[in-house]
Design a binder for this molecule. Sequence first.
Ligand code: GLN
Length: 322
Amino acid sequence: KDQTDYQEMDYMDAWVRHYRSFTAEGQCATYIPALEKADPTQLGICVIGPDGTVIKSGDWEATFTMQSISKVLSFIAACLHRGIPYVLERVDLEPTGDPFNSIIRLEMHKPGKPFNPMINAGAITVSSLLPGESPQKKLESLCILIEKMVGKRPTINEEVFRSEWQTAHRNRALAYYLKETGFLELEVDQALEVYLKQCSIEVNTEDIALIGLILAHDGYHPIRKEQIFPKRVARLTKSLMLTCGMYNASGKFAAFIGLPAKSGVSGGVMTSVPPRVRTEEIPFKDGCGIGIYGPSIDEYGNSVAGVMLLKHIANSWDLSIF
Ligand code: GLN
């Protein structure tokens, strides 16, 4: 539908304008030098409903790298190609309450199985499980899945990849540890190449809103009318997003926003809003996907203004799954 016939658009613009001022409370990620170049005042949103209704506002069209949002997709792809039991033998489903790049629990809990696929240790392991022998083939399987969902071939931002490759000392340490404990199904450099390239896949808010929408509909693409991945994979993925998707702020996010979401340090937040049963008329009753971009991030690595905007929308539209 044409966004102009949708009254929410007017107040969405006002909300984006309001929350943009809060971008000053955070800053762009600096540990990946190329991410520092982003404009910290940017804030954009895209909401897509299953009938194709779209609301777009602010810097919705800006491209950014997926970073940790890619962890959702590599988990789905690994489950699709290897089967859920195989993947869960190598990565657990438990939240940690630790920062995303934490190494501490790997040694604390023998035999060093990563706690979940949404923290780096788990995600690097999952990347190594993607199908194919080479890093290229593994990435290809991920790109095919993304293309099926967003309808266009994803591109990798080589500058961001190279920038992180040179500074990925902690991820390298995680990968070496995982190699030693036998959880990594690739050599360290190859696993890092897959992981860091998947993090460097470029998207905009519309792309991640679509993925959020497909997750909301349990793997079914309501616009293309095609089941992209099975319901049981979608359920597992959403439960991980809810419990671990916003890193060590996931508890507060569940309490105050109450939706499965996944953030990345580049400032993207992908949210999945399942259909809701209500007697009164409410926006997006049949669920929606929400993509937000705001590169100024907080101490946890989540978009400062993006989370505030999302909280406002979730409260106004009564979106919490609880
Ligand atoms: N590529 C980033 C890293 O591994 C992704 C982290 C994130 O988005 N939280 O450090």
